[in-house]
Design a protein around this ligand. Sequence first.
Ligand code: MTE
Ligand code: HPA
Ligand code: MOS
Length: 780
Amino acid sequence: MDKSTFEERKTIAGPMHTALRHDSAHKHVSGTADYIDDIPEPVGTLHGALGLTDRAHAEIVAMDLSEVEATPGVVCVLTAKDMPHSNDISPSHLDDEPVLADGLVQFHGQPAFAVIAETRDIARRAARKAKITYRDLPHFTDITDALENGAEIVTKPLTLQRGDAEAELELSPRRLAGRMRIGGQEHFYLESHIAFAIPGEDDEITVWSSTQHPSEVQHMIGHVLGVPSNAVTVQVRRMGGGFGGKETQASQFAVLAAVAAKKLNRAVKFRPDRDEDMMATGKRHDFLVDYDVGFDDEGRIHAVKANYAARCGYSSDLSGPVTDRALFHADSSYFFPHVKLTSQPLKTHTVSNTAYRGFGGPQGMIGGERIIEEIAYALGKDPLDIRKLNFYGEKGSGRDLTPYHQQVEDNIIHRIVSELEVDADYQARRKAIITFNRTSRVIRKGIALTPVKFGISFTMTAFNQAGALVHIYKDGSIHLNHGGTEMGQGVYTKVAQVLADSFQVDISNVKITATSTGKVPNTSATAASSGSDLNGMAAYDAARQIKERLVDFAAERWQTAPENVTFVPNHVKIGEELVPFADFIKQAYFARIQLSAAGFYKTPKIHWDRDTGRGTPFYYFAYGAAVSEVSIDTLTGEYMVDRVDVLHDVGKSLNPAIDIGQVEGGFVQGMGWLTTEELWWDDKGRLRTHAPSTYKIPLASDRPKIFNVKLAEWAENAEMTIGRSKAVGEPPFMLPISVLEALSMAVASVADYRECPRLDTPATPERVLMAVERLRATKA
Ligand code: MTE
Ligand code: HPA
Ligand code: MOS
């Protein structure tokens, strides 16, 4: 782009790289943003409720639904037999996920029937009147149970291997092994799952679904109903949060609403309440990591061997790619000269776990960081020194190869970490904390600096594609549609900025419209942080096509060379003439220029061969680092996060305001995962933490007392991404590993930092207290 247009582009409102507010921010906070439950209901709309089972593993011997059916206001009751074509909604196509349990119950709370009634209240009350007779089967609900009972898996494990880890472990000057338990997490989106189905003529149906993956919901509805995809339209304007929980889990509600709507020829809505949503939908996988590391007296890693066992629940869902991504991040930011990593996607009699921000990556990375921490305590050094010693080197350094044989080409972790170290005054603060801990009896402090390196792309290569549909109407207003879904992360705003920038019109001229399978087909889930990377590029491509036609038209009409036609702020410049954009478009319309285009994008470069464990699964990496400082009360285990400093890489930010919001939000959500959010199942396999009364997400008052978040302003994506930006949605979720490690340091102080406290997560106050007591006992 030449200099003069760069000067001019600054004068439109809302180009790329400006800190625009989220397009719906004012509507979110004033209650005027429409969610699915706000759509006016047609007369005769019916409401559904799930009939949940109450066994972890059992055969259904008999199901007496007569009282349910007899309840006044109940219109019909659906069971597995009422699914017209198929009862399966397995996203991995392994045929292991029934819409409604058919004879076999595999987790406590698995839906076995659905009630459709005049009101939601009637449906829910009636659902409790079912009389189900079970024959109990043995159940195992957690990883330990599963390992002790045959370690059945839900999908094929992965092995990543380079060099000879076993031999090098033996040869290493030092060696240690350990085990870490990493907890799961409930998504706790503010808007629970919801689907609203409106029947059409013949086989047609339209469903509003709170989903990150409208194409998948469309496919599942077609599959269950036995109609082709072209009969099914799925739409979503926005979700009240998804966080991965709406990548596959929306299907059940959407399918049931669709089946009932077609059967009864009435509109049907499903909206579980919070408890049902928490019991009947999947969560983040908890993991058990066993690691064995060989290193030298300096702290340099020679070899790593680790096994990542995960609680997947009763079916495969996304557990294959989730456990794969855990292995892809087990190296965190470090070069492992010899390495062998294995995954173990275990079957348990619990709800099937699913995508959650980071998609297994956080669990993988925290294992890698624990290894660093262990080495540091074993050698009596600052973990930061061990980190620096083991970081990936520059491209071509001989220390740039990942366990999956992708070369790290864009490594900026050294610069990120050293800038943050200085900016946050890490060294001086660490010294001060050690001094403080020497004399403080009850309160102890800790500080830690941890890095993030997160791979961007779906590991399933085919998912890395996107489409967009752009229309310019003859009044010059622009209609934007693409495959990305909006869950609060700002993808709609960012893609609108791309269009405003392309056409050089104010962003107010671009209408953002609801995602619809009828407008852009075969989309991927808005997931893997790739929403704006993929859809931004697809919109850019659509704009390019229209602009090419417009330039040709102008060159011909004004009898000038195409180079003399440029898009300048809210005008088109043709030779020396400036034509207002809207006037120009009207003329193009009368000249019969096509003012609509479908854009397309596919990520270049990537490929992945799961069988050999080799390839380039990621287009690039996003980097970041955080320093966290905490105080713990060694008598109660309670703690506070006193200060956090973040330096995060989003390339050349498409929108710094939204990106900082993503970093802050991701940080706090990750902090919740590692500290207060604890899922607890009892011996019957019942989830006992299914409401905010027992499940503690972070409150506003839990945010770090001092919270300095900076984007690396010098960063630019080395790859040709949209505006040279980088994905931002998931990577910041892993920054609060620094909080866990700071807690760990505070605990370690009670035994003079001679032992790694091996805190499992979530590091609740109880766990912190138990770790303090344990270390005090070993010291005594
Ligand atoms: N931010 C908000 N506000 N709400 C969300 O549900 N989901 C996260 C992240 N940030 C989420 C969010 C997850 S899991 C992903 S994968 C990305 O946003 C998806 O959006 P993107 O690809 O457009 O970044
Ligand atoms: N990330 C998020 N969602 C996904 C992925 C992934 O890598 N693969 C399939 N669904
Ligand atoms: Mo995000 S877990 O990839 O939806």
